[in-house]
Design a binder for this molecule. Structure first.
Ligand code: NAP
Length: 367
């Protein structure tokens, strides 16, 4: 049985991952040891091989595991990973954070898109596997068929990213903001729509609105800036798209993806509006079929109002593994320009699920 040390299991990504492992019956084929940076000696969750939490800074204990699965965050990886490797440990390090993503030794995992590459890297002796940026993963999940057919010259994406991608504290602050902006039902009945708008706008500007985590009102608002500035004028979130997509796909030449990333007040699904420059003109029905054949989680949505409002929204997709792709049409720029809109659960395919499935590949390799 694969002996796995799990660090960061109570954070947002860790919780979703552990829930998925439980619901998919993975725990029976893993020996799971739980570690903590804050509560060593406390009770371990159900499914643990031993009753107490181990110290996540105990290199010797981590070193007894065949694999360490970390959803703890980049700061932890930055010190724990080199310590463990320099102790001579040659196990599998599996990580949700961005720290090691661009290391030559690390493989980015998104197996419906790059399963062959993951298996090849494993056979070559790779021992470090990292989940990629959630927005990049969801974009490649949506467009896998087009990339596989070599049809993509470049992609321009405008993102509408959920607050869960920014971490637990920001999600909680958004919920506080929403509550702060809300009007009691009785008042809503009494006020005109202009008065309702004025009340919400006034509350957004009030000193008392909680903004310590997010830095600005996000409720009823859009923030077109995620992560830090790069010299190129991009934000780091925008910069990651091309760099990580190139590495995930193992492409010799850069995969060209650029656009504007914005935070919206959705809870856990990222949406993206895509403009794709195709390498050649192909009829729209064929393009739909190619998009639909990307992998078994793609859900094509009819380009109609009813289907779009029912199936192509964060509220409709949240909690499911579906990668919804709709609004598929040729754009007015010319026959080689394809428009689409895609929605995916960023805690599942954007974070937890690729790591869970990597554990499955490791189990499969060990026979
Ligand atoms: P998180 O919710 O902040 O949890 C990380 C750790 O913080 C927990 O494992 C826990 O460690 C500690 N913690 C402290 N107070 C906590 C509390 N009140 N509730 C729960 N945990 C608490 O982080 P995350 O959003 O899961 O992200 C983990 C890593 O994955 C990050 O590197 C992030 O960049 C990356 N990632 C996140 C997403 C996403 O959607 N959020 C997507 C892709 C990648 P102890 O138990 O050891 O104290």
């Amino acid at each position: 049985m694969l002996r796995v040390g799990f660090v960061g299991w109570r954070g947002m990504v860790g919780t979703v991952l552990l829930d998925r492992m439980r619901s998919q019956g993975d725990l029976g084929s893993l020996e799971l040891h739980f570690f903590s940076t804050s509560n060593a000696g406390g009770p371990a969750p159900d499914g643990a091989a031993e009753p107490l939490l181990q110290d996540a800074d105990d290199t010797a204990r981590l070193g007894r595991c065949d694999a360490v699965l970390s959803c703890q965050g980049g700061a932890y990886t930055s010190y724990a990973y080199p310590q463990l490797r320099s102790s001579g440990w040659n196990g599998y390090w599996i990580d949700a954070s961005s720290t090691l993503r661009l290391d030559d030794d690390a493989t980015l995992v998104l197996d419906p898109v790059n399963g062959d590459r993951i298996r090849k890297r494993l056979a070559e002796g790779c021992r470090t596997f990292v989940g990629s940026n959630c927005t990049v993963s969801l974009l490649l999940m949506a467009t896998a068929g087009l990339f596989r057919e070599g049809l993509v010259e470049w992609v321009n994406t405008t993102t509408y990213q959920a607050v869960s991608g920014a971490g637990a504290r920001k999600l909680t602050e958004l919920a506080r903001q929403i509550s702060y902006l809300g009007l009691p039902h009785a008042e809503l009945e009494r006020l005109s729509s202009v008065q309702v708008e004025a009340s919400v706008t006034r509350a957004q500007g009030a000193d008392t609105l909680p903004v310590a985590e997010i830095g600005a009102p996000l409720a009823c608002n859009v923030l077109p800036w995620i992560d830090r500035a790069m010299e190129s004028g991009q934000t780091r979130e925008e910069w990651k798209a091309s760099v990580e997509a190139t590495k995930i796909l193992g492409s010799e030449s850069p995969v060209i993806i650029d656009g504007t990333c914005a935070r919206v007040d959705a809870m856990r699904c990222h949406s993206q509006a895509l403009c794709i420059k195709l390498s050649r003109d192909i009829p729209i029905d064929e393009l739909r079929a190619i998009l639909g054949s990307g992998h078994s989680w793609v859900r094509l949505v009819d380009n109609s109002q009813a289907a779009t409002l029912q199936q192509l929204t964060p509220a409709a997709v949240a909690g499911s593994l579906d990668i919804a792709v709709g609004r598929i049409r040729k754009l007015g720029m010319g026959p080689e320009y394809l428009g689409a809109f895609t929605v995916g659960d960023q805690l599942l395919w954007g974070a937890a699920e690729p790591l869970r499935r990597l554990l499955g590949i490791l189990r499969e390799q060990r026979g």
